[in-house]
Design a protein around this ligand. Structure first.
Ligand code: NOJ
Ligand code: CA
Length: 514
């Protein structure tokens, strides 16, 4: 694993909403360059950039129509390469978003594959061999083309599924993963990866990584698929980083990914902590994170104890954390996020406590996700400093709340969430035990949440993290006492008079060197 991942803290940039440099109302690559110092100042040393390629933008760019071109609204290939340089100049790294599962219906490959006449692209996508047969268990698009067949889709019906074969083919049109056409699709994606790695990116976040080979219940075919990609990268780009949207770290890491995301959907119980009626990290919480801790611990074991599971503060697909937690509660949530193993990911604006903007009409396939995608709030100038365009020209409206947080007011005021985020990233960078590969062991799974982080060597540091979101005071075994490296909230843990117990004050968190 490349060394920089040991202490990576990522920042997710949604390009359309980050910074508009030319006043057309939409964020762009030059805008990102202008604001890199903000990202760096948070203590983030890595970026995940959401798709910025040619696209009709029916799914905000997850519907790529040309993998090797930058969408005009964002800039050009040269500008993106310049962004890579500027990132590296600041000792940071950057991952692009690779969407290998499907393309837009406007992609040239798809247009050619729709033709009734057989050609090089006829089997690039998953087509049934008759319009009257739809692919079982998958949605499909059909009836628009001269070709007789239905084409499987992955997400929205305008995202035809690229053909990587079936682990267990059951119909004549279902190919084995190592049939010539699925292999050609693989090679085409490797070619895309080469293109961007040659331009200087550091690797990829991979969309839907665990579901490319179809009908693969135990995941073994997808694991083998990614092992082939890893072998290719090891030969040609050994430093290239891959992080998966998979949600099963045992499989993802076996496939050669460096880290896997903890997903907000599926069995992870991630939402129990931050996003539900009574989130664990809130005063309203019911005091148990048991289901989360249990599944996390299982998955952690599945990583062989390496713990390379990335826990995001949020992303462009889920409600902002601020919808459920107030800024004081978010400080405790961030204490958790920034002291767990694996690289943490901060979604742009979460460091300020940006709100989920209610009631927005869907934009580019956002639907309920749209409220989490509004422009970054930089300062109190018009459009919160995001753009000089007229407000009605903006990609999405700015959060209208009069007290909306901005990067500037978070910097200039005391005790702000952003300041805590900076303190926490600084703390993390000073202690190996708190970084990606430090071990974790949960001592409790209720209030206060307590876990130990240790370095992977005998005489390494041992650090206890304790988080008490509740309004109650708790006492803990005195063995958890030590020197306080960090504390936030209503109080600092301290020994009782008789020194028999450690007192954990309400609504507070602490990181203690044992
Ligand atoms: C996951 C992406 O994060 C999401 O935004 C997208 O809509 C789907 N994959 C489909 O690509
Ligand atoms: Ca722009």
């Amino acid at each position: 694993m490349p060394k920089w991942l040991d202490n990576a803290v990522f920042y997710e940039i949604y390009p359309q909403s980050f910074m508009d440099s030319n006043g057309d109302g939409i964020g762009d690559i030059r805008g990102i360059v202008q604001r890199l110092d903000h990202v760096r100042s948070l203590g983030c040393n890595a970026i995940w950039l959401n798709p910025c390629f040619d696209s009709p933008f029916l799914d905000a760019g997850y519907d790529v129509s040309d993998y090797k071109r930058v969408a005009e609204r964002y800039g050009s290939v040269e500008e993106l390469a310049y962004l890579f340089e500027e990132v590296h100049r600041r000792d940071m790294h950057i991952l692009l978003d690779l969407v290998p599962g499907h393309t837009s219906m406007e992609h040239e490959w798809f247009l050619k594959s729709c033709s009734a006449e057989r050609n090089e692209y006829s089997d690039r996508y998953i087509w049934t061999d008759s319009i009257w047969e739809s692919p079982e268990g998958m949605g499909c698009v059909r009836g628009f083309f001269e070709r007789d067949g239905s084409c499987a889709v992955n997400f929205f019906t305008h995202q035809p599924a690229l053909n990587y074969g079936f682990a267990h083919p059951e119909r004549p049109w279902q190919m084995k993963p190592d049939a010539p056409a699925p292999l050609a699709t693989r090679e085409a994606i490797k070619d895309v990866m080469r293109f961007w790695l040659d331009k200087g990116c550091d690797g990829f976040r991979v969309d839907m990584a665990g579901s490319l080979v179809k009908n693969d219940p135990d995941g073994s075919a997808n694991i083998a698929f990614w092992q082939d990609f890893r072998a290719f990268l090891d030969r040609e780009y050994p430093d290239a980083v891959l992080i998966s949207e998979w949600g099963e770290p045992d499989k993802s890491l076996a496939g050669g990914f460096h880290m896997d995301f903890l997903l907000h959907f599926g069995p992870s119980h991630y939402n129990d902590l931050f996003r539900c009626e009574e989130p664990f990290f809130s005063r309203r919480g019911k005091g148990t994170a048991e289901a989360f801790v249990r599944t996390y611990t299982e998955n952690y074991a599945g990583t062989g104890g390496s713990g390379l599971i990335c826990i995001p503060s949020g992303n462009h697909d889920m409600d902002r954390m601020r919808r459920f937690l107030d800024p004081e509660e978010m400080k405790l949530a961030f204490t958790f996020l920034l002291t767990m193993p694996g690289a943490p990911f901060i979604y742009y604006g979460d460091e300020l406590g940006m709100r989920y903007v209610e009631g927005l009409t869907s934009k580019e396939g956002g639907y309920g996700r749209t409220g989490s995608r509004t422009p970054m709030q930089w300062d109190d100038s018009p459009n919160a400093g995001f753009s000089t365009a007229a407000p009605e020209k903006l990609y999405l409206p700015i959060d209208p709340s009069p007290d909306r947080p901005t990067a500037e007011n978070q910097l200039l005021s005391r005790d702000t969430l952003m300041r805590e985020v900076k303190r926490l990233t600084a703390l993390r960078s000073e202690h190996k035990a708190l970084q990606s590969r430090g071990k974790v062991k949960f001592v409790t799974s209720g209030y206060p949440l307590v876990y130990l982080r240790t370095e992977d060597r005998e005489d390494g540091e041992r650090i206890a993290v304790m988080i008490n979101p509740s309004e109650r005071t708790y006492s803990l075994p005195k063995q958890l006492n030590g020197s306080v490296l960090y504390s936030v909230g209503k109080g600092v843990p301290h020994l009782t008079h008789d020194e028999q117990k450690l007192v954990m004050p309400p609504e507070s968190a602490a990181v203690i060197l044992l």
